[in-house]
Design a protein around this ligand. Structure first.
Ligand SMILES: [Fe+2]
Length: 252
């Protein structure tokens, strides 16, 4: 039975056109905790296009023991998705890199140049939400020495960095690391402290990247809601040098 109290679905419109490329998402099928198959990837991508995105740089997890992806497994998932889209006569522009967990064997990947980068040699890195990677600063330095530009994923989601001086963030920025916040943080999706720190990092001028970190349909629903959140959009607008729109992705 219909109820007059039923909440209406948020309006879908291209609010995120100004971002262009989403460079942090788990849209490649079947290789991490993101999209399970090509059909789901297609659906998620099509709905993100409706929100204004122009293309996707997919960033599956590379976490030894949990998601032990390699350039070969990632390329294979991209090829599977591309084949599916072609069968459906769809041309959705996407490419791929990865989201690297900075852990004990990260140095080895960097030294062996087994790293997938996007755009001008950008490399997306992350840490656990529970503990800081003890080698994070060394990893940033090693990447820069090899000619990469490290981008730290969702710095606002690392509670061990929450303090009012923002000193830990500052050290990373001073060390040459760029920062990408998850857009959903600005809508409070992960909780009030994550929202607060996403705003603080933007206020400090330390954020250059916006990512969805989209894994599944719940994230998509939250993203659609965010497109209607004027305050969150105003915060995104404060980012002076947003790099997403400058990215150009090669064809697959
Ligand atoms: Fe992610």
């Amino acid at each position: 039975m219909f109820s007059i109290f039923r909440r209406s679905a948020p309006k879908v419109f291209p609010a995120f056109e100004f971002i262009g490329v989403d460079m942090h998402n788990h849209l490649l099928p079947g290789i991490d905790d993101g999209s399970p198959n090509a059909e789901t990837s297609q659906m998620l991508m099509q709905r993100m296009l409706e929100l204004g995105y122009s293309s996707f740089s997919c960033s599956p997890h590379v976490i030894s023991d949990i998601h032990p992806n390699t350039p070969a497994t990632i390329a294979a998932a991209a090829a599977e998705l591309q084949q599916h889209l072609q069968q459906e006569s769809l041309a959705i522009p996407f490419h791929y890199a990865a989201e690297y967990m900075v852990n004990y064997d990260f140095d080895e990947l960097v030294n062996n140049k087994q790293i997938l980068s996007f755009g001008k040699n950008y490399v997306l890195i992350e840490m656990s939400y529970a503990v800081e990677s003890p080698n994070i600063r060394e990893a940033v330095f090693a990447l820069i020495m090899k000619g990469y530009q490290p981008v730290l994923a969702h710095p606002e989601r690392y509670p061990y960095y929450f303090n009012h001086s923002l000193r830990e963030y500052e050290k990373l920025v001073d060390g040459g690391c760029e920062m990408q916040i998850n857009m959903l943080s600005l809508g409070g999706y992960y909780g009030p402290p994550q929202k607060e720190y996403a705003q603080k990092l933007i206020d400090r001028g330390w954020v250059n990247w916006l990512g969805t970190d989209l894994h599944h349909e719940r994230h998509l629903e939250a993203l659609t809601k965010l497109a209607n959140d004027k305050k969150a959009l105003r915060y995104m607008d404060k980012i002076k040098q947003l790099r997403n729109p400058t990215l150009s992705l090669p064809a697959l």
